[in-house]
Design a protein around this ligand. Structure first.
Ligand code: GDP
Length: 368
Protein backbone atom coordinates (compact mmCIF):
# COMPACT_ATOMS: atom_id res chain seq x y z
CA UNK A 1 0.00 0.00 0.00
CA UNK A 2 2.98 2.28 -0.51
CA UNK A 3 3.67 2.85 3.20
CA UNK A 4 7.43 2.94 3.76
CA UNK A 5 8.98 -0.04 5.56
CA UNK A 6 12.05 0.00 7.73
CA UNK A 7 14.50 -2.77 8.47
CA UNK A 8 14.12 -3.82 12.10
CA UNK A 9 17.81 -4.69 12.19
CA UNK A 10 19.48 -1.46 11.10
CA UNK A 11 16.57 0.90 10.64
CA UNK A 12 17.30 1.53 6.96
CA UNK A 13 14.34 2.24 4.74
CA UNK A 14 13.51 -0.89 2.78
CA UNK A 15 14.09 -0.55 -0.97
CA UNK A 16 14.20 -3.08 -3.77
CA UNK A 17 16.02 -1.07 -6.44
CA UNK A 18 19.70 -0.91 -5.55
CA UNK A 19 21.65 -3.80 -4.10
CA UNK A 20 24.54 -1.62 -3.08
CA UNK A 21 22.51 0.75 -0.94
CA UNK A 22 21.22 0.33 2.62
CA UNK A 23 17.86 -1.27 3.08
CA UNK A 24 18.02 -3.40 -0.07
CA UNK A 25 15.62 -6.33 0.03
CA UNK A 26 14.81 -8.57 -2.93
CA UNK A 27 11.29 -7.83 -4.15
CA UNK A 28 10.49 -11.54 -3.79
CA UNK A 29 10.90 -11.26 -0.02
CA UNK A 30 8.14 -8.70 0.13
CA UNK A 31 5.57 -10.71 -1.74
CA UNK A 32 2.54 -12.47 -0.34
CA UNK A 33 1.67 -12.17 3.33
CA UNK A 34 5.01 -11.17 4.83
CA UNK A 35 4.94 -9.64 8.29
CA UNK A 36 5.36 -5.90 7.95
CA UNK A 37 6.56 -5.52 11.53
CA UNK A 38 9.39 -8.01 10.96
CA UNK A 39 11.12 -6.86 7.80
CA UNK A 40 14.87 -7.19 7.52
CA UNK A 41 17.02 -5.78 4.78
CA UNK A 42 19.08 -8.41 3.03
CA UNK A 43 22.23 -7.46 4.85
CA UNK A 44 20.70 -7.80 8.31
CA UNK A 45 18.86 -10.94 7.30
CA UNK A 46 22.08 -12.59 6.24
CA UNK A 47 23.90 -11.44 9.31
CA UNK A 48 21.18 -12.80 11.49
CA UNK A 49 20.66 -16.10 9.82
CA UNK A 50 23.90 -17.08 8.21
CA UNK A 51 26.50 -14.96 9.90
CA UNK A 52 27.54 -14.35 6.34
CA UNK A 53 29.10 -10.95 6.62
CA UNK A 54 31.91 -10.18 9.02
CA UNK A 55 30.57 -8.87 12.29
CA UNK A 56 29.50 -5.35 11.65
CA UNK A 57 31.16 -3.94 14.78
CA UNK A 58 34.63 -4.87 13.66
CA UNK A 59 34.93 -3.92 10.04
CA UNK A 60 32.18 -1.60 9.03
CA UNK A 61 33.29 2.03 8.88
CA UNK A 62 29.77 3.26 9.29
CA UNK A 63 29.35 1.22 12.36
CA UNK A 64 32.53 2.50 13.95
CA UNK A 65 31.45 6.02 13.13
CA UNK A 66 28.12 5.33 14.74
CA UNK A 67 29.83 4.11 17.88
CA UNK A 68 31.99 7.20 18.08
CA UNK A 69 28.85 9.30 17.75
CA UNK A 70 27.41 7.58 20.76
CA UNK A 71 30.63 8.29 22.63
CA UNK A 72 30.53 11.95 21.69
CA UNK A 73 26.85 12.41 22.40
CA UNK A 74 25.55 13.55 25.75
CA UNK A 75 23.17 10.69 26.28
CA UNK A 76 21.76 8.11 28.61
CA UNK A 77 22.69 4.66 27.32
CA UNK A 78 20.08 1.96 27.80
CA UNK A 79 21.96 -1.31 27.46
CA UNK A 80 19.67 -4.30 26.90
CA UNK A 81 20.85 -7.80 27.79
CA UNK A 82 19.13 -11.17 27.61
CA UNK A 83 19.21 -12.67 31.10
CA UNK A 84 18.94 -16.15 29.65
CA UNK A 85 22.07 -15.49 27.58
CA UNK A 86 23.92 -12.95 29.65
CA UNK A 87 27.35 -13.78 28.35
CA UNK A 88 26.18 -13.74 24.76
CA UNK A 89 24.75 -10.27 25.42
CA UNK A 90 28.02 -8.67 26.42
CA UNK A 91 29.30 -5.94 24.15
CA UNK A 92 33.09 -6.02 24.20
CA UNK A 93 34.41 -2.60 25.10
CA UNK A 94 31.01 -1.13 25.87
CA UNK A 95 32.44 1.58 28.08
CA UNK A 96 34.96 2.54 25.44
CA UNK A 97 32.26 3.39 22.99
CA UNK A 98 29.74 4.93 25.35
CA UNK A 99 32.43 7.20 26.81
CA UNK A 100 31.40 9.11 29.91
CA UNK A 101 27.72 8.52 29.32
CA UNK A 102 25.79 6.77 32.09
CA UNK A 103 24.56 3.26 31.37
CA UNK A 104 21.21 1.91 32.50
CA UNK A 105 21.38 -1.89 32.42
CA UNK A 106 18.20 -3.65 31.34
CA UNK A 107 17.87 -7.40 31.85
CA UNK A 108 15.25 -8.58 29.38
CA UNK A 109 13.32 -11.88 29.15
CA UNK A 110 12.58 -11.98 32.88
CA UNK A 111 9.49 -14.01 31.98
CA UNK A 112 11.75 -17.01 31.30
CA UNK A 113 13.01 -17.28 34.86
CA UNK A 114 11.03 -19.29 37.40
CA UNK A 115 9.02 -17.02 39.67
CA UNK A 116 10.62 -18.74 42.66
CA UNK A 117 13.73 -16.66 41.96
CA UNK A 118 13.36 -13.30 43.67
CA UNK A 119 13.50 -10.33 41.32
CA UNK A 120 15.84 -8.48 43.66
CA UNK A 121 18.20 -11.45 43.63
CA UNK A 122 18.17 -11.61 39.85
CA UNK A 123 18.85 -7.90 39.61
CA UNK A 124 21.81 -8.20 41.97
CA UNK A 125 23.07 -11.12 39.98
CA UNK A 126 23.05 -9.29 36.64
CA UNK A 127 24.60 -6.20 38.16
CA UNK A 128 27.42 -8.28 39.62
CA UNK A 129 28.00 -10.09 36.33
CA UNK A 130 28.07 -6.70 34.57
CA UNK A 131 30.57 -5.38 37.09
CA UNK A 132 32.81 -8.36 36.45
CA UNK A 133 32.71 -7.48 32.76
CA UNK A 134 33.83 -3.93 33.58
CA UNK A 135 30.39 -2.38 33.20
CA UNK A 136 29.24 -0.07 35.99
CA UNK A 137 25.59 0.75 35.42
CA UNK A 138 23.93 3.60 37.29
CA UNK A 139 20.96 1.33 37.80
CA UNK A 140 19.55 -2.02 36.76
CA UNK A 141 16.07 -2.94 35.58
CA UNK A 142 14.54 -6.33 35.01
CA UNK A 143 11.81 -6.54 32.41
CA UNK A 144 10.05 -8.69 29.89
CA UNK A 145 9.60 -6.84 26.64
CA UNK A 146 7.44 -9.70 25.40
CA UNK A 147 4.93 -9.76 28.25
CA UNK A 148 5.34 -6.05 28.98
CA UNK A 149 6.39 -6.83 32.54
CA UNK A 150 7.96 -3.77 34.25
CA UNK A 151 8.31 -1.81 31.01
CA UNK A 152 6.46 1.06 32.72
CA UNK A 153 8.98 1.05 35.54
CA UNK A 154 11.78 1.06 33.01
CA UNK A 155 10.31 4.11 31.28
CA UNK A 156 10.14 5.86 34.64
CA UNK A 157 13.78 5.03 35.30
CA UNK A 158 14.72 6.33 31.88
CA UNK A 159 12.91 9.57 32.58
CA UNK A 160 14.56 9.86 35.96
CA UNK A 161 18.09 9.37 34.66
CA UNK A 162 18.05 11.01 31.29
CA UNK A 163 17.74 14.53 32.65
CA UNK A 164 18.45 16.84 29.75
CA UNK A 165 19.71 14.13 27.42
CA UNK A 166 18.75 11.92 24.56
CA UNK A 167 18.53 8.18 25.10
CA UNK A 168 20.39 5.58 23.02
CA UNK A 169 19.23 1.99 23.22
CA UNK A 170 22.04 -0.48 22.50
CA UNK A 171 22.34 -4.25 22.52
CA UNK A 172 23.59 -7.23 20.60
CA UNK A 173 21.14 -8.94 18.23
CA UNK A 174 18.51 -11.25 19.69
CA UNK A 175 18.34 -9.74 23.16
CA UNK A 176 14.86 -8.36 22.43
CA UNK A 177 15.78 -4.77 21.67
CA UNK A 178 13.26 -4.47 18.83
CA UNK A 179 10.54 -6.02 20.96
CA UNK A 180 11.30 -3.47 23.67
CA UNK A 181 11.38 -0.55 21.23
CA UNK A 182 8.00 -1.63 19.91
CA UNK A 183 6.57 -1.73 23.44
CA UNK A 184 7.97 1.71 24.11
CA UNK A 185 6.42 3.04 20.93
CA UNK A 186 3.09 1.52 21.86
CA UNK A 187 3.18 2.77 25.45
CA UNK A 188 4.81 6.08 24.97
CA UNK A 189 3.06 7.38 21.96
CA UNK A 190 0.27 5.05 21.04
CA UNK A 191 0.89 5.86 17.42
CA UNK A 192 3.49 4.81 14.95
CA UNK A 193 3.57 7.99 12.92
CA UNK A 194 5.46 9.95 15.53
CA UNK A 195 8.58 7.89 14.91
CA UNK A 196 11.01 9.88 12.89
CA UNK A 197 13.95 8.55 10.98
CA UNK A 198 17.05 10.36 9.98
CA UNK A 199 20.57 9.39 9.15
CA UNK A 200 23.37 8.90 11.63
CA UNK A 201 25.50 11.80 10.40
CA UNK A 202 28.39 10.74 8.20
CA UNK A 203 27.06 7.21 7.77
CA UNK A 204 24.65 5.42 5.51
CA UNK A 205 22.78 4.01 8.49
CA UNK A 206 19.32 5.28 9.21
CA UNK A 207 18.26 5.87 12.75
CA UNK A 208 14.87 5.48 14.35
CA UNK A 209 13.95 8.20 16.81
CA UNK A 210 11.05 8.21 19.20
CA UNK A 211 10.28 11.64 20.62
CA UNK A 212 10.41 11.78 24.44
CA UNK A 213 9.54 15.44 24.73
CA UNK A 214 9.88 18.49 22.54
CA UNK A 215 13.63 18.38 22.51
CA UNK A 216 14.77 14.85 23.22
CA UNK A 217 14.50 11.53 21.52
CA UNK A 218 15.03 7.87 22.21
CA UNK A 219 17.27 6.45 19.50
CA UNK A 220 17.30 2.83 18.42
CA UNK A 221 20.74 1.69 17.28
CA UNK A 222 21.56 -1.28 15.05
CA UNK A 223 21.93 -4.61 16.85
CA UNK A 224 25.53 -5.57 17.38
CA UNK A 225 26.57 -8.99 16.16
CA UNK A 226 28.11 -11.25 18.80
CA UNK A 227 29.70 -14.03 16.74
CA UNK A 228 29.73 -16.50 19.63
CA UNK A 229 25.97 -16.51 19.99
CA UNK A 230 24.46 -19.92 19.46
CA UNK A 231 21.89 -18.30 17.18
CA UNK A 232 24.49 -17.93 14.46
CA UNK A 233 25.03 -21.67 14.24
CA UNK A 234 21.46 -22.88 13.94
CA UNK A 235 18.81 -22.88 11.27
CA UNK A 236 15.70 -20.87 12.06
CA UNK A 237 13.70 -23.99 12.90
CA UNK A 238 16.32 -25.47 15.17
CA UNK A 239 16.70 -22.15 16.91
CA UNK A 240 13.00 -22.22 17.72
CA UNK A 241 13.35 -25.63 19.31
CA UNK A 242 16.19 -24.66 21.63
CA UNK A 243 15.03 -21.14 22.53
CA UNK A 244 12.81 -21.05 25.60
CA UNK A 245 9.41 -19.53 24.90
CA UNK A 246 7.86 -19.99 28.32
CA UNK A 247 9.00 -19.88 31.92
CA UNK A 248 11.71 -22.44 32.41
CA UNK A 249 10.92 -25.39 34.64
CA UNK A 250 14.27 -26.45 36.07
CA UNK A 251 14.86 -30.20 35.99
CA UNK A 252 17.00 -32.10 38.46
CA UNK A 253 19.05 -35.12 37.37
CA UNK A 254 20.70 -37.34 39.96
CA UNK A 255 24.01 -38.30 38.41
CA UNK A 256 26.88 -40.58 39.31
CA UNK A 257 30.26 -39.74 37.93
CA UNK A 258 30.86 -41.48 34.64
CA UNK A 259 27.47 -40.36 33.30
CA UNK A 260 26.70 -38.06 30.39
CA UNK A 261 23.67 -35.99 29.44
CA UNK A 262 22.99 -35.01 25.84
CA UNK A 263 20.92 -31.91 25.17
CA UNK A 264 19.45 -33.10 21.90
CA UNK A 265 22.45 -33.09 19.57
CA UNK A 266 23.39 -29.52 20.46
CA UNK A 267 25.42 -29.95 23.61
CA UNK A 268 26.65 -32.48 26.08
CA UNK A 269 27.44 -32.59 29.80
CA UNK A 270 29.91 -35.12 31.25
CA UNK A 271 30.03 -35.77 34.97
CA UNK A 272 33.65 -36.87 35.24
CA UNK A 273 34.53 -37.00 38.93
CA UNK A 274 32.65 -36.48 42.21
CA UNK A 275 30.03 -38.06 44.46
CA UNK A 276 26.47 -38.84 43.42
CA UNK A 277 24.70 -35.49 43.22
CA UNK A 278 21.64 -33.66 41.90
CA UNK A 279 22.33 -31.39 38.91
CA UNK A 280 19.76 -28.76 38.00
CA UNK A 281 19.16 -28.07 34.31
CA UNK A 282 17.86 -24.78 32.89
CA UNK A 283 16.96 -25.34 29.27
CA UNK A 284 13.97 -25.03 26.98
CA UNK A 285 11.33 -27.18 28.66
CA UNK A 286 10.85 -29.48 25.69
CA UNK A 287 14.49 -29.89 24.74
CA UNK A 288 15.27 -33.58 24.66
CA UNK A 289 17.69 -34.71 27.39
CA UNK A 290 19.28 -38.13 27.07
CA UNK A 291 21.32 -39.82 29.79
CA UNK A 292 23.99 -42.34 28.92
CA UNK A 293 27.33 -43.70 30.11
CA UNK A 294 30.27 -41.41 29.61
CA UNK A 295 32.38 -44.24 28.23
CA UNK A 296 29.86 -44.85 25.42
CA UNK A 297 28.94 -41.24 24.81
CA UNK A 298 31.15 -40.56 21.78
CA UNK A 299 29.83 -43.57 19.91
CA UNK A 300 26.28 -42.81 20.99
CA UNK A 301 26.53 -39.30 19.59
CA UNK A 302 27.99 -40.44 16.27
CA UNK A 303 25.24 -42.99 15.88
CA UNK A 304 22.27 -40.88 16.92
CA UNK A 305 23.00 -37.26 16.08
CA UNK A 306 20.32 -36.10 13.65
CA UNK A 307 17.79 -38.80 14.59
CA UNK A 308 17.31 -39.46 18.31
CA UNK A 309 19.48 -36.46 19.15
CA UNK A 310 17.74 -33.73 17.21
CA UNK A 311 18.17 -30.85 16.52
CA UNK A 312 20.33 -30.72 14.52
CA UNK A 313 18.40 -32.42 11.77
CA UNK A 314 20.01 -34.92 9.45
CA UNK A 315 19.35 -32.63 6.48
CA UNK A 316 20.71 -29.51 8.18
CA UNK A 317 23.83 -28.00 6.87
CA UNK A 318 26.51 -29.61 8.99
CA UNK A 319 26.64 -28.26 12.51
CA UNK A 320 30.17 -27.50 13.63
CA UNK A 321 31.61 -30.36 15.65
CA UNK A 322 31.09 -30.38 19.42
CA UNK A 323 34.11 -29.10 21.30
CA UNK A 324 34.92 -30.24 24.84
CA UNK A 325 35.63 -27.82 27.72
CA UNK A 326 36.68 -29.36 31.04
CA UNK A 327 36.28 -27.65 34.43
CA UNK A 328 36.90 -28.33 38.07
CA UNK A 329 34.61 -26.38 40.40
CA UNK A 330 35.89 -24.64 43.52
CA UNK A 331 32.39 -23.52 44.45
CA UNK A 332 28.84 -24.11 43.34
CA UNK A 333 28.62 -22.81 39.75
CA UNK A 334 26.57 -22.69 36.59
CA UNK A 335 28.12 -24.47 33.63
CA UNK A 336 26.77 -22.33 30.81
CA UNK A 337 26.30 -23.41 27.20
CA UNK A 338 26.05 -19.94 25.80
CA UNK A 339 22.57 -19.24 24.49
CA UNK A 340 21.32 -22.75 25.08
CA UNK A 341 21.06 -23.00 28.86
CA UNK A 342 23.04 -24.11 31.87
CA UNK A 343 23.58 -26.83 34.48
CA UNK A 344 24.11 -25.94 38.13
CA UNK A 345 27.09 -27.89 39.40
CA UNK A 346 28.21 -28.39 43.03
CA UNK A 347 31.61 -27.46 44.44
CA UNK A 348 34.53 -29.83 44.17
CA UNK A 349 33.62 -31.83 41.07
CA UNK A 350 35.09 -32.30 37.59
CA UNK A 351 32.79 -31.88 34.62
CA UNK A 352 33.00 -31.21 30.90
CA UNK A 353 30.64 -29.24 28.71
CA UNK A 354 30.52 -29.72 24.95
CA UNK A 355 29.12 -27.20 22.52
CA UNK A 356 29.39 -26.48 18.80
CA UNK A 357 32.74 -25.03 17.86
CA UNK A 358 32.62 -21.26 18.31
CA UNK A 359 30.00 -21.38 21.06
CA UNK A 360 31.38 -20.64 24.51
CA UNK A 361 31.08 -22.95 27.48
CA UNK A 362 31.87 -21.12 30.72
CA UNK A 363 31.64 -21.47 34.49
CA UNK A 364 29.99 -18.62 36.34
CA UNK A 365 28.49 -17.82 39.74
CA UNK A 366 25.19 -19.61 40.02
CA UNK A 367 22.10 -17.58 39.24
CA UNK A 368 20.08 -19.58 41.76
P1 GDP B 1 16.70 -7.88 18.77
O1 GDP B 1 17.53 -8.58 17.74
O2 GDP B 1 17.50 -7.53 19.97
O3 GDP B 1 15.96 -6.71 18.24
O4 GDP B 1 15.65 -8.95 19.32
P2 GDP B 1 14.12 -9.21 18.96
O5 GDP B 1 13.26 -8.14 19.54
O6 GDP B 1 13.98 -9.48 17.51
O7 GDP B 1 13.88 -10.54 19.81
C1 GDP B 1 14.66 -11.69 19.60
C2 GDP B 1 13.87 -12.90 20.07
O8 GDP B 1 13.66 -12.83 21.47
C3 GDP B 1 12.49 -12.99 19.44
O9 GDP B 1 12.20 -14.35 19.21
C4 GDP B 1 11.58 -12.42 20.51
O10 GDP B 1 10.28 -12.95 20.45
C5 GDP B 1 12.27 -12.87 21.76
N1 GDP B 1 12.00 -11.96 22.88
C6 GDP B 1 12.13 -10.62 22.90
N2 GDP B 1 11.81 -10.14 24.12
C7 GDP B 1 11.49 -11.19 24.89
C8 GDP B 1 11.08 -11.35 26.26
O11 GDP B 1 10.92 -10.42 27.03
N3 GDP B 1 10.85 -12.64 26.68
C9 GDP B 1 11.01 -13.70 25.87
N4 GDP B 1 10.75 -14.92 26.38
N5 GDP B 1 11.39 -13.60 24.59
C10 GDP B 1 11.62 -12.36 24.11
Amino acid sequence: DGEPLYCIGCGARIQTADKTQPGYTPASALKKDFDKTEVYCQRCFRLRHYNEITPVGLTDDDFLRLLSQIRDANALIVYVVDIFDFNGSLIPGLHRFVGENPVLLVGNKADLMPSSIKQSKLKDWIRQRANEAGIRPIDTALISAKTNQSVDELLQLIDQYRGDRDVYVVGVTNVGKSTLINQIIRQNTGAKDVITTSRFPGTTLDRIEIPLDDEHVLVDTPGIIQPEQMAHYLSGNDLKVVTPQKTIKPKVYQLNDGQTLFFAGMARFDYIKGPKHGFTLYFENNLYVHRTKLENADQFYDKHVGDLLTPPHADDEALPELVRHEFHTDEKSDLVFEGLGWVTVPAGVTVAGWAPKGVSVILRRPMV
